[in-house]
Design a protein around this ligand. Structure first.
Ligand SMILES: Cc1cc2nc3c(=O)[nH]c(=O)nc-3n(C[C@H](O)[C@H](O)[C@H](O)COP(=O)(O)O)c2cc1C
Length: 396
């Protein structure tokens, strides 16, 4: 399906671009405003070099680790994304791929598939919460995730409703009515394989968010839910603590960027933080997450697990993040390209590409396991972290 195996994430992206209607592809690229952050998330990895070793290598390397209470076969988790209209199997395909490759899945509240189906496809599912509605509303969603068997909770507070993009935002209909379907039709016709995937399942993207309303209630659309979210005051640190208390399992606070806030997250009792800028979709002008990682890792020590997401496109990026203090990384667009290119098989392919890249970087560095990676393995140019350090914060 969709052609054979691909060898890089860049190739998966090319195939996604070819296959998807431009508005769906555009929604995945996303990035806000001028795109400064989305660019830096990737570019910053290129500034970091390796310090390879020559002999004394291990014949086999250990890529597995534990993160958020989960045993995973590689230090790469699926980051939650609202995967509307990319593929008819959506997050269920992603969950199956993650399970097949031995890793955990973050499921967005704005996902297109119900949490029950996703947990059935991958028992290592963590449910992601946006702060939308009252505490009571949030608690109901948490309760549903718990009842479904989610093994962890992710809170993502970092969103500032910035909607401008210099290259234009794609038109996404509220609902795929006949009128909208006709408006959408030229894109579908010029991208027949995407359309065929939906036609085979006798369905069309319905753009609803089934985890944002209870089964039996009238469906809520993506934009309906988004509107409610915009009207909700953002969570306070009290709210973070409150939510943490509603959940007795692993709890990830996603979107921590500053060392001082990482310490507050520790005080709030979280299990882990992800150094994240929402993949460059939030406050444009925020520097790459990999620049912010060392200060966060240093600030929290081993009090909580430190993860990173943003800009991961190859195994060597994962290794650089681990060398600078991350326990694991989360990926967003990389697996979305794979999903768009070839469904479940495409996501598995992306995870395999990353696994291969991590393994060969470990080999080149003479490391036996991901746990052995340290700062000695990388060369970080002077001033690399400066763009992520608030004025007045001590230099490392
Ligand atoms: C299309 C798209 C939708 C996203 N939706 C969510 C979401 O619903 N919840 C969330 O916590 N993060 C969301 N994110 C952010 C990702 O979880 C992650 O932080 C980001 O994609 C990482 O950067 P990368 O794409 O460069 O790997 C989304 C990202 C993209 C690209």
């Amino acid at each position: 399906m969709g052609g054979a195996w691909f060898e890089t994430v860049a190739e998966a992206q090319r195939r996604a671009r070819k296959r998807l209607p431009p508005s769906v592809y555009g929604a995945l690229v996303a990035g806000s405003e001028k795109g400064l952050t989305i660019r830096d998330n990737q570019a910053a990895f290129d500034e970091i070099g390796f310090a390879p070793r020559t002999a004394g290598f291990a014949g086999e390397r250990e890529l597995g680790t534990t993160v958020l209470g989960q045993q995973v076969s590689l230090p790469v988790l699926i980051s939650p994304t609202g995967v509307q209209a990319v593929h008819p199997d959506g997050e269920v395909a992603v969950a199956r791929a993650a399970a097949a490759r031995g890793t955990a899945m973050g499921l967005s509240s704005f996902a297109s598939k119900p949490v029950e189906e996703v947990v059935a496809a991958n028992p290592q599912t963590l449910f992601q919460i946006y702060w939308c509605g009252s505490r009571h509303d949030v608690a109901r969603r948490v309760e549903r995730a718990r009842a479904a068997g989610a093994v962890g909770l992710i809170l993502t507070p970092d969103w500032s409703f910035s909607h401008g993009r210099d290259w234009g935002s794609p038109h996404i209909p509220e609902r795929l009515s006949v009128r909208e379907a006709l408006r959408f039709a030229p894109e579908g016709i010029t991208h027949p394989r995407w359309l065929l995937d939906w036609a085979r399942r006798k369905t069309l993207p319905d753009l609803t968010v089934p985890n944002m309303y209870d089964p039996g209630e009238p469906p809520l659309t993506f934009f309906g839910a988004y509107g409610r979210w915009m009207q909700t005051p953002p969570p306070s640190w009290d709210d973070v603590r409150w939510l943490r208390e509603q959940w007795d399992g692993p709890f990830l606070l996603k979107g921590v960027y500053r060392a001082d806030e990482a310490k507050r997250a520790v005080d709030a009792g979280v299990t882990a933080v992800s150094v994240s800028n929402h993949g460059g979709n939030n406050l444009d002008g925020t520097a790459a997450t990999i620049r912010a990682l060392p200060a966060v890792a240093e600030a929290v020590g081993d009090q909580v697990e430190v993860l990173l997401d943003g800009g991961i496109r190859r195994g060597s990026d994962v290794v650089k993040a681990l060398a600078l203090g991350a326990r694991a990384v989360l990926i967003g667009r990389a697996y979305l390209w794979g999903l768009a290119a070839a469904g479940q098989a495409g996501v598995e392919n992306v995870l395999d590409v990353l696994r291969g890249g991590i393994d060969s970087a470990l080999l080149g560095l003479g490391r036996r396991s991901v746990a052995e990676l340290s700062r000695e393995d990388v060369i970080v140019p002077a001033g690399f972290c400066d763009a992520a350090r608030p004025q007045g914060a001590a230099a490392r």
